[in-house]
Design a protein around this ligand. Structure first.
Ligand SMILES: [Zn+2]
Ligand SMILES: [Zn+2]
Length: 121
């Protein structure tokens, strides 16, 4: 085989690889767009659902209203870091109680309660 055949082969392989890359990128872009559309649709659906549902009674301490007592103190068990590394990343944890003093999340407006009121009236 003459030497220039090898040059041709190398060019052809390179060109083929480039074309394959382009096809792959195009496919990936189309896939990404589809995923994005699905994601948007999902978020819209979630937003609609969230608007219809009463807000989750979750406190600022991330714990549910049910974890708080009548005085508002949170009794959820949490992991309290007791040692940190030089990057201020916790190394060790100790079991502790949530420090929350007062529930600050949304109060659940019970629909059952409202219906009972209207029934009595
Ligand atoms: Zn709390
Ligand atoms: Zn808490």
């Amino acid at each position: 085989m003459a030497w220039y055949w090898w040059v041709l082969v190398v060019f052809w392989m390179g060109g083929f690889g480039w074309a394959a890359d382009n096809v792959r990128t195009a496919l990936r872009n189309r896939h990404d767009r589809k995923v994005q559309l699905l994601e948007v649709a999902k978020q819209e659906r979630l937003a609609v659902e969230a608007a219809q549902r009463p807000p989750e009674p979750v406190c600022g301490c991330t714990h549910h209203l049910a974890k708080h007592d009548k005085q508002g103190r949170c009794h959820e068990r949490v992991e309290v870091p007791t040692a940190w590394d030089e990057n201020r990343k916790p190394l060790r944890y100790e079991a502790g109680e949530c420090n929350c003093q007062q529930y600050v999340g949304p109060q659940p407006l019970s629909q059952v309660f409202a219906e009972e009121l209207t029934d009595r009236a």
